[in-house]
Design a protein around this ligand. Structure first.
Ligand SMILES: NC(=O)C1=CN([C@@H]2O[C@H](COP(=O)(O)OP(=O)(O)OC[C@H]3O[C@@H](n4cnc5c(N)ncnc54)[C@H](O)[C@@H]3O)[C@@H](O)[C@H]2O)C=CC1
Ligand code: BAL
Length: 504
């Protein structure tokens, strides 16, 4: 098949050529042994945008070999932090140059509004690359006094090696940056596997990596189905680390494959069923805004979606009425329309999955306060949906939905609120709204989550760590903490005077 596709962005009539091959050694190539393709679909129209090469296990092998060679020659310990920093900054500049066109392709393939893709996802991506460019020449070990007269030790934070990175479809560009930026800053090389649902922007970004001047083999991209390329990367004996964002089910498989192969280091950013608590002292208007953002942003396709809400019973009726009014104001529609605040969900499978949960909420006896009706016509649209009268055993309360669906319950006391919030196998995000500072401190400390938002929700910063507790994951992305995921600490013990008498 051809290694490029000509596509037109319908809303802007922009014509462009998109790479569709596998990216190895800074070149787009066909699969070594497969003629399979993956169709990229526009979720707003259900039409095929173009097809990309579907990489095989053999292609993963070739990409890993390229990454290993680069690690041992042009990258790894053979490149200075100053040079890694320069290249990361250059890449950020190129992404900034192409911000609009990348956003349009992201909207075409993922469905999210173009203004959100451009200003938030890609804006954050540029900042992420620049943030880690700043770290690249500051990856330092320690000098440790062992015995002042004859011995000391020092540590070196060495790049861990070849990294497999498996990313999802909900933030295709952003999750690429969260994985690629710290890995490159630390001196690792990469085999990236984008989601089969949204491969296009990862290929465009790969082209920019070559244009920025990164040596061949430093970043390789293999479009592939998860059970093919993702599984091959996780089980590969020449991969030193695998970093993953996606479902808990797949995360478990990756960890198992890592354990059964070479015990590679694993970091997992998985699912969630994040609780949001609103106490009676809260600014209710603001709390309702944040709750809406928490569950409706990205059409609910967010690992930290605040999909369970618990409201103190003294303000319950007032708050629900405010919340429903505000949730109705969000326009879900075509991402190319400037009025749109949320797009369709990403795929037919995701659409069926979300509607399956909505039907289960109805049949298990929850009450619909908003939504619950399908739209006629094309596109995988799901409107904001709010369930009340929930019980803790309902599927909509226990399982991750990954759609704009909120389950609302009530509580009397702070203790009850904390118990409800923590009654989940997940531990990714949690939010609380209260104007009582002591209460904010007590509750934020009691919530079992990797991130707690107080009087806000879902805002993530490149310099603040992000990750989960319980079955929401292992390891941390972002901030200085992500550097630990991509480095291996070597202790060097140095003797400058101690004589060993032998035998002991
Ligand atoms: N934490 C998050 O940000 C995400 C959570 N999810 C959750 O997962 C649900 C299902 O969505 P999916 O797209 O099926 O998620 P998924 O976890 O299967 O897909 C995410 C990535 O994993 C890869 N993958 C799939 N099977 C694999 C395997 N055996 N070995 C290695 N990699 C593999 C996929 O190709 C994709 O790149 C969603 O409804 C949502 O609940 C999905 C995407 C992101
Ligand atoms: N919201 C950040 C990461 C994610 O949803 O996958």
């Amino acid at each position: 098949m051809s290694l490029t596709a000509r596509i037109t962005i319908p809303a802007t009539n922009r014509e462009l050529e998109i790479p569709t091959g596998i990216f190895i050694n800074n070149e787009f190539v066909p699969s070594a042994d497969s003629n399979e393709v993956i169709d990229a679909i526009n979720p707003a129209t259900e039409e095929v945008i173009c097809s990309v090469v579907a990489g095989s296990e053999k292609d993963i092998d070739i990409a890993v070999a390229a990454a290993r060679k680069a690690f041992n020659t042009t990258w790894g310990k053979n490149v200075t932090g100053f040079e890694r920093s320069r290249l990361l900054n250059k890449l950020a500049d190129l992404i900034e140059r192409d911000q609009q066109v990348l956003a349009e392709v992201e909207t075409l393939n993922n469905g999210k509004p173009v203004k959100i893709a451009r200003d938030f996802d890609i804006g954050d991506t540029i900042q992420c690359l620049r943030y880690y460019a700043g770290w690249a020449d500051k990856i330092l070990g320690q000098t440790i006094e062992v015995d002042n007269k004859t011995k000391l030790a020092f540590t070196r934070h060495e790049p861990i090696g070849v990294c497999g990175q498996i990313i999802p479809w909900n933030y295709p560009i952003n999750m690429w940056a969260w994985k690629v930026a710290p890995a490159l800053a630390c001196g690792c090389t990469i085999v990236m596997k984008p989601s089969e649902l949204t491969p296009l922007t990862a290929l465009m970004l790969s082209k920019l990596v070559a244009e920025a001047g990164f040596p061949p083999g430093v970043l390789n991209t293999v479009n592939s189905l998860g059970p093919v390329g993702g599984a091959a990367l996780s089980a590969h004996r020449n991969v030193d680390k695998v970093a993953f964002t996606g479902s808990t089910v797949t995360g478990r498989k990756i960890m198992e494959a890592a354990a059964k192969s070479n015990l590679k280091k694993v970091s997992l950013e998985l699912g969630g069923k994040s609780p949001h608590l609103v106490f009676e002292s809260a600014d209710l208007d603001q709390a309702a805004n944040w709750v809406c953002l928490g569950v409706l942003y990205n059409t609910g396709q967010d690992c930290t979606a605040g999909s369970r809400l618990y409201v103190q019973d003294t303000i319950y009726d007032k708050f629900i009425s405010l919340l429903v009014t505000k949730a109705k104001e969000l326009v879900i529609g075509d991402g190319f329309d400037e009025k749109t605040g949320g797009g369709p969900v990403v795929s037919k499978a995701q659409y069926d999955r979300v509607w399956g949960y909505i039907e289960s909420g109805k049949s298990e006896g929850a009450k619909l306060a908003l939504g619950g009706q399908k739209r006629p016509g094309k596109g995988y649209y799901v409107d904001p949906t709010v369930f009340t009268n929930i019980t803790s055993d309902m599927k909509i309360v226990k399982e991750e939905i990954f759609g704009p669906v909120l389950s609302v319950g009530r509580f009397k006391t702070e203790e009850e609120a904390i118990a409800l919030a923590n009654d989940t196998t997940y531990g990714l995000g949690a939010g609380l709204h209260s104007n009582d500072a002591n209460q904010c401190m007590r509750v934020s400390s009691a919530l079992e989550a990797g991130t707690v938002w107080v009087n806000q929700y879902n805002l993530v910063n490149n310099n603040v760590p992000f990750g989960g507790k319980k079955q929401s994951g292992i390891g941390r992305e972002l901030g200085s903490y992500a550097l630990e995921e991509y480095t291996s600490v070597k202790a060097v013990h140095w003797n400058f005077g101690d004589r060993l008498d032998w035998p002991l």
